[in-house]
Structure formats: C-alpha cells, structure tokens
Design a binder for this molecule. Structure first.
Ligand code: GLC
Length: 582
C-alpha cells in the first residue's frame, strides 16, 4: 500500500496502516526479556532465581512493559545455560521451585504483566530421561527413535554420518560408546554435544511437547518463545551440506531484499510448519490470547513470515532488524520490508535490538563498523566507544519504540548497559568459546548480572554480593538507583518512551515515511510519522533541522537538542526525536 497523506505541512507516504489498540495484546506489546541467572538473586548463591525475579517485578511494571519473557529455568545441567533441558516440567533447584514459579506468575498477573516462557523443542539435555534411555537401549530401539541416531560412515563406522557442523563450532555429531565399551552409533546435535536433537518425525515426540505446552498453559503462562523454531525438522536423509552452520545470514541489502536464505537441510524445512499448526490449535483451546513466538533465524523475510501465518505462531523475532547496520537507508529498507512482509500474512511485525545471544546494542553501535555483530568481544579485540555506543543505542531504541508492532527489550538495556568486553577468558561459560577452538568469545559478555544498587556489594544483584560472572567496576554508574529519578538517564528515557508509546497507541499505529528534502540525505535521516507522532533519527555527522511548524511539539529526545539563532530546533548527530503533530 502506498498513498500520500499530509500531516500539518509534512508530506508522508503511508506504508503500514494503523490497527486497533484493542486487538490481541501480542500485536503491540513491549516484551522484556528476563535472563533468570543474571536478573536478580534472592538466595545469595550468585545466580539469579525466580524469587529474585518476583521481587523485582514492580520495577518492570513501573518501567511500563506489557509482558516478560523468561529464558529457561527448567531442570538442566546448565551445559548451555539452561537451553539444555533435562525435565521440561520442573524448575531447576538453581532457580527455585514450581511453587516459586506459581508465585511469580500470580504476582506478574496482578501487576498486569503477561508472562511468556521459553520452550526448547529442538533438542534436550543429554541428561534427559529419554536420552539416557536411548543410550541404554541400543540401535534400532524405539528409545533411540526419539533422537537422530545414525550409523557412522567408513569401514568401521568411524566417520560422522554427514558433514554438518555445530552452530557452536566443531562437528554436529558425537559417537556413542556401547555398553560393552565398543564405539557405537552417532547422534546429531546442532548445538553442544550435550544437546542431542530430537527426531520430530516421531509422533511420540510431537505428543510429548503438546503435553508440555498444556502443562504450562494450565499453570497460567501467557505464551511460549520457541527456541530454534526453524530447526526441528531436518531434510529427509540428512544430506551433506557445504554451507557454514550459522544462526544468521546477515542483514538486508539497501533495497530491502534479504539474503536468498538457503540455510541448509537442517533449517527452515517446510515440515516444521505442521508442528506449529498443531500447537496453534492447542493454544486456541485456552482463554486469554496465549501466544507463540518464533526464534527463527530465517531469511528472507518472506520465509520468516511463514511462521506467523494465521494458523501458526503469533510473532517471530525480527532478526533482520537486529542485524541491520547503523545506516539510515538500510534501516528504512528493513522497516518497510518487515512491515510489508508481516502485513502480507496479517501478523504484527516485531522489533528487537538485543538479547542474550548477541553483543548488546550499546556496544555494537560503538564499534568502528557500527552495528556489526561479532560473536562476543574480548579484551584483545577492538573495544567499542562506550559513550558513542550509548548515544547511538538510545537513538536506536527511540526509533524502535516508535515503530508499529511489538518490541522486545533485553534486561539491562533500560539501564544503557554495555557488553562486558574485557571478561577474563578463564571465566567464560558459553560452550561456543571452547567449541570454536577459543576463537569466538561467545555470549557471556551480554549475560553479566545486572547492577541494581550503585554502592552495594555486587551492585545489589545478590544479598551476599556474589555474582556468577563479575561485573565491571564502571557499572556503578549504570545501576538502577543511580538512574531512577535522574533527568536524562537512560532508565528515565525508556520509561518515558514506553509511557508515550502507550498513550499514543504507537504499537498498533501506522507508519508513514516523511517525504521531502531530508529524504535526499538517505544515509543520514530516518523520518516517519506513526499516528500523530513524528519521529526523526539523525544518523549523520551534522545536526539537522526539525521542520519549522507551529503544530510540531517535541515530546522526547534521546539526546540534548539545540536551537539555532532563528529559533529552528536542531537534532544533533546520533539522536532521535519524537514530536507531536497538531
Ligand atoms: C537459541 C538460544 C541460545 C541457545 C540455542 C540452543 O538460539 O537463544 O541461547 O544457545 O538456541 O538452544
């Protein structure tokens, strides 16, 4: 759709029409990701837990988010920080108990916060009862048929069944040892050795996960974030593939097209959609607009939105947006393409800049190539410019929160928290670090425990001052209590943005690109209107003038604005402004 409209004296081109603010909550919600081990620790062992989260829910309600998504807290040996689940129906003692979870849900709902939990269906832990039984039962057994066990190639089965590599580095196959001590079959793991992939052609696997969904829906969760949603079904015969195993292909081209998106025989197979159609029917049996969110690193966007067709999931993370560099033309292209692709299937677009798998956007945007996405940053790597990164991150967030659709925040970004970029390598816990042969530092730097109180031991993360990863001293300045009530702080900026977003119904709003002279400066300016809020992001090196209009009133800015001699308001470099039209 593309029509021209005029708002005040500003001419715009409509690319996405407004919806209704009373539509299902997940169409426009701001969803805050809680990474349990690093959010807040009540027990004092230095690892965050469910009672810790419950104790801080009022912080999230006050911040103004609509929902929280909890990364896994299930029983797990923690080989991949809980994304290796040993029991999908229980809470790991590290994080508390099922009763703690009930209390969290009850308290969150009382505060008006919805709760989404993480479901990990692509693989289990090697300590899951099914995998143990599979090892014990031997080749050809129904127990092995729940996973992807295969005989090896070569004269003695000494070669892996195919050439796939693990996302974390190294081969995607591990050979088992039979009870008599002799080398046995191999099993597939797209991630760590301790995360065996399930066989989703097996009806028993499908039945089990529908039962797990019901277990949590009955307890009152509002939805599920589906881990590696594009990976469950593999191409028949598990054919060799010469591409690089990766969770992301790259960002959009300037014209809005994405990579051709052949992510290999392990990802984005058509059969996966049957699984989500079945799950959609399970959720539909429950009241309250329960939702499924796809973590599917799939491109192009036309492939991604297949996961959110009306009888499948409800949302999918927009990683094309996350991976777009700090470039106005590229951002405009990805926004247009995202809205168009989602509109095609009647789903909301989502927006996300940070999560527990990527370098925090404050730090990505402070790199020489702003927005590039290294897999972790260590002390010997290029260090981001912390001030510049924060400035850009605030601008990027304000741009994102003005867009129609649902937005995801990652814990700590409301504090402007940077990546820990100088973590001692000996402390790293992400399996990607050793599986990559110590070449990729991995994700620990974005998972460091949050600072709550500037002058408390461990910044108030834990009553004992313990923290499973050390926090840099400089984080005192980022602590919540140093920012709450402080004019211009990142926390107050987020809070005000979320308030305005709610008041102006931006989540269910429209998107109209602003036409006019600034459009020529394609690499510098992103300017749009959503309902009657006018948004300008200046990505260029020079200040730009806001249109002179009696009907434009500044609502919020990510940095200080200046006024020129003739009264024109100037938007400095790397700054986003929201103004009210009319
Ligand atoms: C997802 C998770 C990531 C995890 C991986 C394997 O990408 O977000 O943290 O390591 O799946 O479960």
């Amino acid at each position: 759709m593309s029509t021209n409209t005029t708002l005040g004296n500003i001419t715009t081109t409509l690319v996405h029409a407004a919806g209704s603010p009373s539509a299902e909550w997940w169409r426009h919600a701001v969803i805050y990701q809680v990474y349990p081990r690093s959010f807040a620790d009540a027990s004092g062992d230095g690892i965050g837990d469910l009672p810790g989260i419950t104790s801080k829910l009022d912080h999230l309600a006050r911040l103004g988010v609509d929902a929280i998504w909890l990364s896994p807290f299930y029983r797990s040996p923690q080989a991949d920080a809980g994304y290796d689940v040993a029991d999908y129906r229980d809470v790991d003692p590290l994080f508390g108990t099922l009763a703690d979870c009930d209390v969290l849900l009850e308290r969150a709902h009382r505060l008006g916060l919805r709760v989404i939990i993480d479901l990990v269906p692509n693989h289990t832990s090697d300590e899951h009862v099914w995998f143990r039984a599979a090892l014990a039962a031997g080749p050809g057994s129904p127990e092995r048929a729940r996973y992807l066990f295969r005989d090896g190639k070569g004269e003695h089965g000494e070669l892996a069944p195919n050439n796939w590599t693990s996302i974390f580095g190294g081969p995607a196959w591990t050979r088992t040892t039979d009870p008599d001590g002799r080398p046995g079959q191999w099993y597939l793991h797209l991630f760590d050795t301790r995360q065996p992939d399930l066989d989703w052609t097996n009806p028993e696997v499908r039945g089990e996960f529908e039962s797990i969904l019901r277990f949590w829906l009955d307890r009152g969760v509002d939805g599920f974030r589906i881990d590696v949603a594009h990976g469950l079904v593999k191409a028949p015969g598990l054919p060799d593939w010469d591409g690089e195993a990766s969770m992301i292909e790259g960002s959009l081209d300037d014209d809005g097209s994405t990579a051709t998106g052949d992510s290999g025989p392990m990802f984005d197979q058509d059969g996966v959609h049957d699984v989500y159609r079945a799950w959609h029917r399970v959720l539909a049996e429950y009241d309250g607009d329960r939702a499924l969110v796809a973590e599917a690193w799939v491109e192009p966007l036309a492939r991604l939105v297949r996961y959110v067709r009306s009888d499948e999931m409800h949302q999918a993370f927009n990683f094309s947006f996350l991976t777009t560099h700090w470039d106005a033309a590229a951002l405009r292209a990805v926004v247009t393409a995202s809205l168009a692709a989602s509109d095609e299937v009647g789903a909301p677009t989502t927006w996300v800049l940070s999560n527990h798998d990527v370098v925090r956007h404050t730090s990505r945007l402070g790199l020489a190539e702003p927005g590039s996405r290294p897999n972790g940053i260590g002390a010997v790597d290029e260090q981001p410019d912390e001030q510049l990164g924060l400035r850009r991150a605030r601008a990027a967030t304000l741009l994102m929160l003005a867009l129609p659709g649902s937005a995801y925040l990652y814990q700590g970004e409301e504090l402007g928290l940077p990546e820990h970029t100088a973590l001692d390598d000996d402390l790293r816990q992400d399996p990607a670090w050793w599986r990559s042969g110590y070449t990729e530092r991995g994700r620990d730097g974005c998972r460091v425990p949050l600072p709550w109180v500037a002058d408390a031991p461990g910044f108030g993360f834990s009553p004992t001052g313990a923290a499973w990863l050390p926090q840099p001293d400089s984080w005192a300045a980022y602590a919540l209590d140093a920012q709450r009530g402080t004019r211009g702080s990142t926390y107050e900026l987020y809070r005000e943005a979320l308030r305005l977003r709610r008041d102006f119904h931006l989540g269910s709003g429209s998107l109209c690109w602003v036409d006019g002279s600034d459009q020529d400066a394609t690499t510098r300016v992103v300017a749009f209107a959503n309902r009657d809020v006018y948004v300008v992001a200046n990505l260029g090196a020079e200040p730009i003038a806001l249109p002179r209009s009696d009907t434009l009133h500044v609502l919020l800015a990510s940095g200080e604005l200046t006024t020129s001699d003739d009264g024109t308001i100037l938007v400095p470099s790397d700054t986003t402004v929201w103004g009210r039209l009319g």
